[in-house]
Design a protein. Sequence first.
Length: 329
Amino acid sequence: MNEDAGAGDERVDAASDGSDAGVRGGGRAPEESFARLGNELRFSILEVLHDRLTVGDRSDYTVPYSELREAVGEEDSGRFGYHLDRLLGEFVEKRPGGYAIRYPGKEIVRTVYSGAVDERTEAVSRPVDADCYLCGDPVRVAYADGYVSACCTSCEGALAFDFTPEGALSSLPVPAGAVGDAVETAPLDLLDRVHGWFSHRARSFGDGICPRCGGTVVSEIRACPAHDAEGGPCDECGTALPATVEVTCRVCSESGIVPGGCAVSHRYPFRTALADAGVDRLGYDAFAVAMGWPSVPTERDGDPAVAYDLPTESAPVVVDGDLDIHVGG
């Protein structure tokens, strides 16, 4: 689903306790860090260092000064040295044998390589061999504004937001580099791959671990107060789900709204229900099965929770705000 029933991109203030959200972990203010990258030559330095990375000896990706300058193609040694110095400490590490990229520098280069900052493209596929989890008709794959969506060819779908296409059943943030021309050439593979990736992220959130940085995650049930999805997505909450789970990393603020069933689908008895449905790997089918489990908002010890009617269980299965599972309520 989208971040409102999918994973990851919706931001929630991780500093709502009044702490300074502008500086994380006692480090540099974000605007100062990004100012250090505001030059094409500096990115070229990072790119050369990144492309020397290996999984072997760390000395393999240490680049001597003269070799680095030659690879970047900067003839003015003073200009090159100035911009290299601006990267030292935070993005580049100086070693006895030369220079090596640090983790923040790797993330900058990988973000650019992924296409996350590319110009947005739009594409819609033909119907593929995958079924809508609401009505059973075929779905199409759409890519627009950086989101991949599964879209039903017949019904209203599960999402109704300004940024979701007609009939949207999901809306997942994916950089253009990971999409390429797959909407036209391999839409079913893209559909399966993206929803498998989303499911892994949702499960990590469900275990209380941020899939981006490994930090601690907090979660909370969000129930629609006037849910009505009889004729399509609810006008009140914009989704077909009566309740979802809000997840937020305490460290990096990675956050989103995920379906509770997707977040715990690897744990008993949800994994048994997946296996009973013939699903043995994560992909669109696993996502669709989890989305098809009937659910209603409820309470557990006075706090909001979600009750699921699983085909393998004779009693409701309740997921609470901490994403703990209670079989039989």
